[in-house]
Design a protein around this ligand. Structure first.
Ligand SMILES: [Zn+2]
Length: 284
């Protein structure tokens, strides 16, 4: 399937699901049927790159962040941990912004917007890629000084995105244990802060398992996320929590619905078509 056609098929499917389930979300809100839950929103890069789902324009991002801030729905990792461990209530449809891969635009484009609206976020960084540029990648990875600047803002917490950005589910368990441990140690040594959370590279159904979840627990993480779609409710397994991918070029109305659960049902696609999602580069 040609890339442009793939793009339109994917966008049409996302909008189809979001329309049907967005109507359900609005209906449930109207009759007060909504359970308290949180969502982690997954971003990757920021900039003006049309036709790249991994890239959200700064203008779009600011409108999304402003919406969450104005509605009092933006929460921190600590708020989320307290929610999952039942220590504290969170706002209805709370959202935690997460930015994967540690690309430079996290610092140059996302941080100023997060600071302006005082919205917290988590940046998931692959420790072995810090400071590198990879041919064909649209931007380079942040270096250690840049990651320290991000943390110094007081708004962004760094989490591990493994050491080499390979699928933990696709390697031997000993290698997965090593990735979990070495990435935490490397980030902690260089950044001087505890690394509490982990996001699985790729995070589709084949990229994690109960064995890799245990490897993360043994390595000392408090909480871990994959890329399956869905909301986070209390009592969910702490090392296998879902997120919701935010794509570029979808508009504020869609964001409003998606951030409230209109794409949670995309999990059906995650559960059944995950082998198709494996068409990808090793670093993405
Ligand atoms: Zn990634």
């Amino acid at each position: 399937v040609p890339p442009t056609l793939r793009w339109y098929i994917k966008k049409a499917s996302r909008k189809g699901v979001a329309t049907v389930y967005g109507a359900k979300v609005l209906l449930e809100r109207a009759v007060g049927l909504r359970a308290k839950c949180a969502r982690l929103l997954t971003y990757h890069r920021f900039g003006e790159s049309h036709g790249d789902a991994f890239c959200v324009s700064p203008h779009e991002f600011e409108r999304q962040v402003a919406m969450l801030a104005r509605q009092g729905r933006a929460v921190s990792l600590q708020d989320l941990i307290s929610h999952v461990s039942k220590e504290r209530e969170i706002p209805q449809d709370a959202c935690l912004i997460t930015i994967d891969d540690g690309m430079l635009s996290t610092l140059t484009h996302a941080l100023p917007i997060l600071e302006k609206w005082k919205v917290p976020a988590v940046a998931f960084v692959s420790s072995g890629l810090v400071g590198k540029s990879i041919p064909d990648m649209p931007e380079r990875y942040m270096g250690w000084d840049e990651l320290r600047q991000l943390i110094a803002s007081g708004l962004v917490e760094v989490g591990s995105h493994a050491h080499t950005h390979r699928s933990l589910g696709n390697m031997g368990l000993e290698d997965a244990r090593f990735e979990a441990r070495i990435s935490k140690e490397t980030l902690e040594e260089n950044l001087g802060v505890p690394i509490r959370c982990f996001a699985y590279p790729f995070g589709t159904k084949g990229d994690f398992s109960s064995a890799t979840d245990s490897a993360l627990r043994e390595a000392g993480y408090e909480i871990a996320f994959n890329s399956m779609h869905g909301a986070i409710r209390r009592d969910m397994p702490r090392f296998s929590l879902p997120r919701v991918k935010i794509e570029g070029g979808e508009g504020l109305l869609w964001f409003s619905l998606i951030s409230r659960g209109a794409l949670d049902a995309w999990r059906i696609v995650d559960n059944n078509l995950w082998r198709l999602q494996r068409v990808r580069k090793e670093v993405a």
